[in-house]
Design a protein around this ligand. Structure first.
Ligand code: P6P
Length: 346
């Protein structure tokens, strides 16, 4: 049978990657499990008010608060449950960890188990759910250290360079899965009629330069001097030291902002600010910054804490937070230069 010249399904893409030795069969199957879970989440998110799943979790007057200290949305809880259920029987995991759960959860001994560790933010940006703005699922895959029968939080504490796969699913006008297994970053669009993801961009590339930045400007007064100076020069535009005008976008949904940057370039930053400095930042290293940084680097971009390469940060705890700068390589390097030069002058 001649190979089809029509659309390349996610399954075909992953089998081709396996044949080329880029991934092992069990990692291929794990990614398929996660993709199926994302399809289910897409259906739940897409129902909106008709699905009876909008609004806050918990009971009237008693919000459900997660380990982050954030009020959970009903869809946060549902998305987490969908990913847990899919992977409990998936057979490829030794343990998993979620933004919504205090500690890692080991796959029980009497369930089918595998050799990977999965981390995820089941529904990032969920504060946008009730106003119908794009949200997404972010995931990261690590190998479980050898000979560990009962993996726990400490076994997840590996640097981003150890990731064997990373991706997100954005639930927007279309549902898209963006994935890397260490050989480029690729985008798949959900064909709802077929019920499968179809390759729509092989090898996403981020332009090295940009005129678009993404930051929550309302935090400006809380930033470090280096960040104040960097953004001040962006806002000065053509008349300022950067010699060009910049545009700004801020969706307040990391998946949506990062997808835009992977598609057309830009720089995303959530820097240290006085409100979150005691926690090390706002965004989480293990299941937000690291997977997004792998995707961005694999697309030719750069990702940093402002002072070091994100993927080389050595984690100290599961829900660790970090400052984030990622996107167009030359712009990220410029932002880092502002921070390092300010540090050197201090
Ligand atoms: P702020 C969503 O809560 C999130 O974790 C990211 O998706 C997003 O980039 C950021 O926080 C938005 O933060 O402070 O602008 O609401």
């Amino acid at each position: 049978m001649s190979p089809s010249t029509s659309a390349v399904s996610l399954t075909r893409f992953l089998i081709e990657a396996e044949r080329e030795g880029q991934i092992q069969p069990d990692l291929r199957l794990l990614i398929e499990v996660v993709a199926r879970a994302c399809k289910s989440i897409s259906i739940a998110v897409g129902k909106g008010a008709l699905g009876g799943v909008l609004g806050d979790a918990g009971t009237p007057g008693e919000a459900s608060i997660n380990v982050q200290g954030e009020a959970q949305k009903k869809l946060d809880v549902l998305s987490n449950e969908i990913l847990l259920e899919a992977n409990a029987w998936g057979g490829h995991l030794a343990a998993l960890a979620s933004e919504e759960m205090d500690h890692a959860v080991m796959i029980p001994q009497d369930y089918p188990r595998g050799r990977y560790l999965l981390l995820f933010d089941p529904l990032d940006g969920s504060s946008n759910i009730d106003v119908n703005i794009s949200v997404g699922t972010i995931f990261s895959v690590l190998a479980c250290p050898q000979d560990i029968d009962s993996p726990c939080d400490e076994h997840f504490l590996q640097p981003g360079t150890a990731q064997v796969a990373a991706g997100y699913c954005t639930y927007g006008p279309s549902t898209m899965l963006v994935l890397t297994v260490g050989h480029g970053t690729h985008a798949f669009t959900l064909d709802r009629e077929v019920g499968g993801f179809v390759l729509t961009t092989r090898g996403m590339r981020i332009p090295e330069d940009t005129k678009e930045f993404a930051v929550n400007m309302s935090n400006q007064r809380h930033w470090e001097p280096a960040m104040q100076s960097y953004v001040g020069d962006l806002l000065a535009g053509k008349e300022g030291p950067r010699g060009k005008d910049f545009n700004m976008r801020w969706v307040a949904s990391m998946v949506a902002d990062v997808h835009r940057i992977l598609t057309r370039g830009g720089i995303f930053s959530y820097p240290l600010d006085a409100k979150c400095a005691d926690k090390g930042g706002k965004l989480r290293l293990m299941y937000e910054a690291n997977p997004m940084s792998m995707l961005v680097e694999q697309a030719g971009g750069a990702a940093s804490t402002g002072r070091q390469r994100m993927l080389e940060v050595r984690p100290t705890h599961l829900h660790q937070r970090v400052p984030v700068f990622l996107g167009s390589r030359n712009e990220v390097e410029m932002a880092v230069r502002y921070h390092l030069e300010r540090d050197a002058a201090a």
